[in-house]
Design a protein around this ligand. Sequence first.
Ligand code: HEM
Length: 485
Amino acid sequence: MTQRVLTTESGAPVADNQNSATAGVGGPILLQDQHLLEKLARFNRERIPERVVHARGSGAYGYFEVTDDVTGFTKADFLGEVGKRTETFIRFSTVADSLGGADAVRDPRGFALKFYTEEGNYDLVGNNTPVFFIKDPVKFPDFIHSQKRDPFTGKQEPDNVWDFWAHAPEATHQVTWLMGDRGIPASYRHMNGYGSHTYQWTNAAGEAFFVKYHFKTNQGVRSLSSEQAAELAGKDGNSHQTDLLQAIERGVNPSWTLYVQVMPAAEAAEYRFNPFDLTKVWPHSDYPLQRVGRLVLDRNPDNVFAEVEQAAFSPNNFVPGIGPSPDKMLQGRLFAYADAHRYRLGVNHTQLAVNAPKATVADNYGRDGLMATRNGRRADKNYEPNSYAGPAQTDAALSAPLAVQGWTGTHEAPAHVKDDDFFQAGELYRLMSDEEKSRLIANIAGGLSQVNRDDVIEKNLAHFHAADADYGKRVEEAVRALRED
Ligand code: HEM
């Protein structure tokens, strides 16, 4: 085997990678040692800003295969034919901790999926939970501040976590979910994924439907108890990464079956609660799950930094036939992600291999910027319209229009018959077995009892009481018992 030559970034051979150049033996280092200067300077620039949330994650490539006909609901080309396969990239993540945090923690998990379709990249940036803590994006920075490290103590504080929830009754459903058995998945392979928001599908005839996505794991849902997780996190902080990497390296390719719930658009206004409220699920009895296809992961990235850390998913990357609903949280997210990417990765992040379209090419008049590698072909004009056969609009509607009414203003969502923040938390509680309920109560009480202020504890207890009388009573008793200890 021929020996590869070590070079500088400009490709020149390096003579010595063990000794810096000095003025005489034992003398100071020379400024002319280009290899040393370049090596140190480059090293200083290896880190980029981590994601402000979901900093810690793992990625994998795979494919999505359509198994059932959904052309009655969407004209999206990649869903247009049974058997059609589309390459995908997924990034799983935890939410609250920084890049170095442990995997086995109680936290929602991100489930961000990129479909490299022939009509452009479609990003579905979901979680392993069907609901979320809040329903208006203006609350998101406050919510995240309360869950991440405190600026003074430098660690997550139960006081902040529960103080936010005390002021957010709409979080009760998701808190019940998070503190229950599914709050700590055994691995990324053993959890479901949800689009969580309501999205809009439009079919070829221009008819609109509202949909919710459910990816059911074919590995079975498996979770860890708080005690198991604490032990595992201490032994192997990278337990989810290890599991995913090794499974795919062994050829044990994880898969998920995608189902959707479909609501004809005309039913939304009269539904008994706001169908665009991210803190609520649609009962399957109203809108049953309909199978769409399966997602298979079969290839690990070659380089974690290049492909996972630099991966950029944005909920506003849609393809024709799929679009946003009026869900306010989703609307806020349509702005937030690409903005984060421009800050974190730069304006040309879409040109990185993991983010660029694979089954088509991006062809537009965007030019230049830091680190540009794609700038149009030689004689291409950089303005539009032009007389030189440059790319032009299609005039084909991407998705059906959404009806709006009324005046601008900082409104609450439109009222529906049953909009209260607690009934679905109560329903989730009543679905649990006695053992599940006991673990849920112990997890909530373990956190809530550490809160210093009584008024914050009382406000949280009131939410559990409002969800279900037995739920409230048991949490209250457990918290009081721990506080008296
Ligand atoms: C990551 C904002 C709600 C799932 C992020 C990032 C931002 C953000 C700025 C970092 C993006 C990056 O640097 O690449 C927001 C805002 C929200 C919101 C403003 C509410 C208004 C949600 C919800 C979900 C979600 C409801 C799930 C249903 C994710 C996931 C990631 C992420 C999975 C990680 C994506 C990746 O792996 O690169 N979010 N988020 N977020 N968010 Fe959100």
